[in-house]
Design a protein around this ligand. Structure first.
Ligand code: CA
Length: 233
């Protein structure tokens, strides 16, 4: 089911730009043009995430955020004007999940939405923080990797990358997806970063079991392949 994003923004051109771009990215959208309408739309639309402007007619973004937080943990990304550092601090204390400074690139907004929704989704399914395969235990709670009964010292990014791949066995990820989802959009590395980390992981995991492996999908990216499980999960 597509995720629904509620955009609360009084500047019609910005709201429209966000709406078009988000729908192109496969999201459902709802738009409200002032704070009061925003709170009403939040109740009516039950969005998965809210993009919330601060300077709004009727009720400002802070009030809207308080209203939302009084009844829900739904992720909220604030749209702040340039240089309003105090706004960010106020926002953090009022329970916003992230900030985007205007003027922004719509691409950046989409990357932030992905990151916040992913973080939120992971918080919701904490039980899946430990993955167990033949001779392999990936434990993200204690940040421990156990290979063939032995605990390995492993850098955090390698651990996160392995966990990310192994969370969806046989699903192919492109290098850019992995950069986005494991390193985050703030990271200005290139896709070779992914290759280097996969190579190091392989050195640790090669030949441990014939039931799973870290596979290169030529021209596409990588997957954590588990035998006997169909692809495309
Ligand atoms: Ca505004």
């Amino acid at each position: 089911m597509p995720k629904k994003i509620l955009v609360i923004e009084d500047e019609a051109n910005i709201a429209e730009l966000l709406r078009l771009y988000l729908e192109k990215e496969g999201y459902e959208t709802a738009v409200a043009k002032d704070g009061g309408a925003g709170v009403a739309a939040f109740d009516a639309e039950k969005p998965d995430l809210v993009l919330l402007d601060i300077m709004l007619p009727v009720m400002d973004g802070w009030q809207v955020l308080r209203e939302i937080r009084s009844k829900s943990k739904t992720p909220v990304i604030m749209l702040t004007a340039k240089g309003e550092t105090q706004d960010k601090i106020t926002g953090l204390e009022s329970g916003a999940d992230d900030y985007i400074t205007k003027p922004f690139e719509v691409k950046e907004v989409v990357a932030r939405i992905h990151a916040v929704l992913r973080r939120f989704g992971e918080d919701e399914k904490t039980s899946e923080r430990v993955l167990t395969f033949d001779k392999l235990v990936i434990d993200m709670d204690s940040f421990e990797l156990t290979v063939d009964g032995k605990k390995l010292d492993i850098p955090p990014k390698e651990m996160e990358l392995l966990f990310h791949l192994a969370s969806s066995p046989n699903r192919v990820y492109t290098r850019n997806q992995l950069l986005d989802e494991v390193w985050g959009f703030d990271y200005f590395g290139d896709s070779r970063t992914v290759d280097v980390h996969v190579k190091r992981l392989r050195e640790k995991l090669e030949g441990v079991s014939d039931k799973w492996s870290l596979k290169t999908v030529w021209g596409v990216g990588y997957k954590f392949e588990v035998n006997g499980q169909s692809a495309g999960k």
